[in-house]
Structures are given as structure tokens and as C-alpha cells.
Design a protein around this ligand. Structure first.
Ligand code: E4P
Length: 214
């Protein structure tokens, strides 16, 4: 499983990129709004740092608007992936993008049939939202398993991005259950690095080294 970062913050993207673990970036309108910057400028900056897929979401709710917006976003850099919501209008737009070889990420996926529809429309990626499903008492991780099984069974090449990740267990379980990618908030990346036994081990090595007989 690969790692994307789920943010529009340039500082966070740069820091995660330095770790050598980043294969891509996902943004959404809420994340971009938080930054208070010009979206296309920020997209340009992000795509110049990260060479993998960078998802940029359309705002329109009508297919034609999504297509116009998506073409403009895709023109910013060759590694832009147009993020489209999982609606009938979104599917129409994905079909057109797929014919134009523009990569797409179908977002706000909450059921396996939505994922299957998106894949059949030509989506490059589908993004099932784990945390938001857990919030309403459903299992986001079971959804990953189901989509993964269906895609495997029907030899579908669309990649599964485990999204709305809230904690490290989401990440390890999404990997076990067949997600190709997990898109992580910066906080979860930091949590993944840490383990109390690693810290204790370093402390012990250093104190033994200081107290060595010379
Ligand atoms: C995915 O691409 C979304 O941007 C994101 O994972 C949403 O997560 P949230 O539920 O924490 O807002």
C-alpha cells in the first residue's frame, strides 16, 4: 500500500515529502479553504514538489461544469488527478475525463456499488471514506474489504484510496484489507512513525553509550 497525504498545507507536504514516503497528495475544498490561498497557484506549488498523483476537486455539481473545471485543473500539471464527487453528474464527467486520458479520483464513496459504478465509468481511483462511515456506526474497514474483493474478482484496475483516515489502526487494517493507497492527515503520519518502545530503546542505547567503560 502506498501513502498519499491528505492536506493542502505546503509545509506539511514538504515535511512528509522529505520522509521519502509520499506517492501523492489529496486535497478537497474544505482543506483548500482552510489555507486561504489561490487554489490553482497552490496546486502548481504542490505538483512541483510531489511528482505522483495530486487530487484537485471540482466544485460544480453539473457534469458540464465539472468537465470544464476538471480540464482547467488538469492543465495545471500532468500529475493532476481530477477529484469528482460520486453522483450521476460526477459519473458522466468521469466518463468524459477517461476518454480524454485525464486521471480521476471519485470521492465521497460510501458503498461498494458506488465504487463499482465509479470504476465502470472509468475512474482511476475511488475514495471510500472510512472515518465518516465509522462516525455513523458503519464499518469503513469492511467497506474496503468489500470493494477490494469485488475489484479483484472482476479484474478491475481502478485503485482504492482509503480516505477519511483517523488513526494508525485504520492504516494497517486498510493495508491488510487490500487498499492500494491510504491518504493520511499529517497527524496520522506522525503517529505512524512513533512507538514508545522505539523511544525507550534509543534512550537506553544512548545512556549505555554514555556510561561505557573507556
Ligand atoms: C479524501 O480524499 C478526503 O479529502 C478526506 O480523506 C476526507 O477526510 P475527513 O473525513 O477527515 O474530512
Amino acid at each position: 500500500m502506498k501513502f498519499f497525504i491528505d492536506t493542502a498545507s505546503l509545509d506539511q507536504i514538504k515535511e512528509a515529502h522529505e520522509l521519502g514516503i509520499l506517492s501523492g497528495v489529496t486535497t478537497n475544498p474544505s482543506l483548500v479553504a482552510k489555507e486561504g490561498v489561490d487554489f490553482k497557484e497552490r496546486l502548481q506549488e504542490i505538483t512541483s514538489i510531489v511528482k505522483g498523483s495530486v487530487s484537485a476537486e471540482v466544485i460544480s455539481t453539473e457534469a458540464q461544469g465539472m468537465i470544464t473545471e476538471g480540464r482547467e485543473l488538469a492543465a495545471v500539471a500532468p500529475n493532476v488527478t481530477v477529484k469528482v464527487p460520486m453522483t450521476t453528474e460526477g459519473l458522466k464527467a468521469v466518463k468524459v475525463f477517461s476518454e480524454e486520458n485525464i486521471q480521476t479520483n471519485v470521492t465521497l464513496v460510501f458503498s461498494s456499488v458506488q465504487a463499482l459504478l465509479a470504476a465502470r465509468a472509468g475512474a482511476t481511483y475511488v475514495s471510500p471514506f472510512l472515518g465518516r462511515l465509522d462516525d455513523i456506526g458503519h464499518s469503513g474497514l469492511d467497506l474496503i474489504s468489500e470493494i477490494s474483493e469485488i475489484f479483484h474478482e472482476h479484474e478491475i484496475e481502478t485503485e482504492i484510496i482509503a480516505a477519511s483516515i483517523r488513526h494508525p489502526l485504520h492504516v494497517s487494517e486498510a493495508a491488510v484489507r487490500g487498499a492500494h493507497i491510504a491518504t493520511l492527515p499529517f497527524k496520522v503520519i506522525s503517529q505512524l512513525v512513533q512507538h514508545p518502545l522505539t523511544d525507550q530503546g534509543i534512550e537506553k542505547f544512548l545512556s549505555d553509550w554514555e556510561n561505557r567503560s573507556r
